[in-house]
Unconditional design. Structure first.
Length: 414
């Protein structure tokens, strides 16, 4: 029970501002549990952010875009150095978020167009191609008996799927993946900025070139659809289309890569869940939801207060930055029964906030669910004896938002 003597003995925290390590992703959940009970809204001196731990408070912030702006959601955590600013300025970097940092009416206008192009019809049509991409990845290591699941499966599969939807040639996959990594590190925590700034210039100009090419040579993909709608009179500029691509080419695969790696780790660490989805494949969709709840790709997201307000009864001044601990919300005892247990048969898994909430709910969430479900279906069918390699220490990338493992070694008998 939150706040009990047993819990406090297990989680030896006493001062949220001092005990909170926003960059440590190996196991942040004991602190989250303590914070929900003892300091559900606190101020982090290290970040200069208010930090929010409870599901109800986080959901309320997500739902009130008029008070809590998303304008800082993808801004660099640390101010850009002068050399980085010069590189981006001289390189013509004018990127603005496709959707996540926009507000109505621009957000409403652009999101409606994107959802029409990047929605269920296109996802259903591409399911056979997703299955083929998944099986090609399995083919590459199936006879070997071991693999780094993160690098050899989860890293490339979502990128190949997304890039097919966006019309990116396979030969460009490594470049775009490296730009995505650079963007994550620049935005959420890396102190090295100059190299990332150069990559962002290349990334942004690549997105602009995709739009130009679709004007010259129409195609059946996301940028092609948006250019076609623009030509038919839809209100969206080339820069806005490039901004959508700039966001989609990052968020549309990095988060799914992490979901697959984290989900597989949880399923294999708690073997009864892996055995359950082998025996009952109909449990796979709920296994995806439980993975999103228990070990989400994004454990923290940002907002900024546009006026003096309160969160959970705590005064929050205008212009305050806010860090929403999604990873904590997803294990909130007030919402989930037995929240520290990973259970693919759970009935309340879909109450998670892994995709956000409100007007900025992730536009690609259905694609992520489809990809991981197909992956689990094929992996359980072809490699049912798959297991975690023994004695491995799983490390995570140092940042404030993405809980990304650096490797996940798996084995099976051949």
């Amino acid at each position: 029970m939150p706040g009990s003597a047993a819990q406090l003995a297990r989680c030896p925290f006493g001062d949220a501002a001092k005990d909170f390590d926003p960059f440590e992703m190996r196991d942040p959940f004991p602190f989250y549990e303590w914070a929900r009970a003892e300091a559900p809204v606190f101020f982090s001196d290290e970040l200069n952010y208010f930090v929010v731990a409870r599901h109800a408070d986080i959901k309320a912030v997500f739902d009130d875009w008029r008070t809590f702006s998303s304008e800082n959601a993808q801004a660099p955590l640390r101010p850009m150095c002068e050399e980085g600013k010069r590189i981006m300025r001289e390189g013509g970097f004018t990127a603005y978020s496709g959707l996540s940092a926009r507000v109505p009416p621009d957000h409403t206008r652009i999101r409606k167009l994107v959802q029409g192009c990047f929605g269920p019809r296109r996802f259903r049509a591409i399911e056979p191609e997703i299955k083929a991409i998944v099986n090609q990845a399995i083919d590459a290591f199936a006879d070997r008996g071991h693999a780094d699941f993160f690098r050899e499966f989860a890293y490339d599969v979502p990128a190949l799927v997304l890039f097919k939807l966006v019309g990116i040639p396979n030969m460009d996959v490594p470049r775009v993946k490296s730009w995505a990594v650079s963007r994550a590190l620049l935005t959420w925590g890396d102190e090295e900025q100059v190299g990332h700034a150069r990559n962002m210039v290349e990334y942004w100009n690549y997105c602009r070139e995709l739009v130009r090419l679709r004007h010259d040579d129409p195609s059946d993909d996301l940028p092609g659809d948006l250019v076609r709608l623009q030509n038919e009179g839809a209100e969206i500029s080339d820069e806005e289309i490039a901004g959508v691509l700039y966001s989609a080419l990052f968020a549309g695969h990095e988060t799914t890569t992490t979901l697959m790696a984290n989900g597989m780790r949880e399923l294999l660490q708690r073997r009864e869940n892996w055995e359950a989805i082998i025996a009952e494949p109909q449990l796979i969709p709920n296994a995806v939801e439980e993975s999103l709840r228990f070990s989400p790709s994004i454990v923290a997201w940002r907002r900024r207060a546009l006026k003096d307000t309160q969160i959970g009864g705590v005064p929050v001044p205008k212009n305050s930055n806010i860090l929403l601990l999604i990873g904590s919300a997803n294990r909130d005892e007030a919402v989930f029964s037995d929240p520290t247990r990973f259970n693919v048969r759970r009935s309340d898994a879909r109450s998670h906030l892994a995709f956000g909430y409100g007007i900025h709910t992730c536009v690609g969430q259905q694609l992520a669910r489809i990809e991981f479900a197909i992956a689990l279906g094929e992996l359980t069918r072809r490699l049912p004896g798959l297991r975690l390699a023994a004695d491995q220490k799983i490390d995570f990338v140092h940042n404030i938002s993405f809980r990304v493992p650096t490797a996940l070694r798996i084995e099976w008998d051949v």
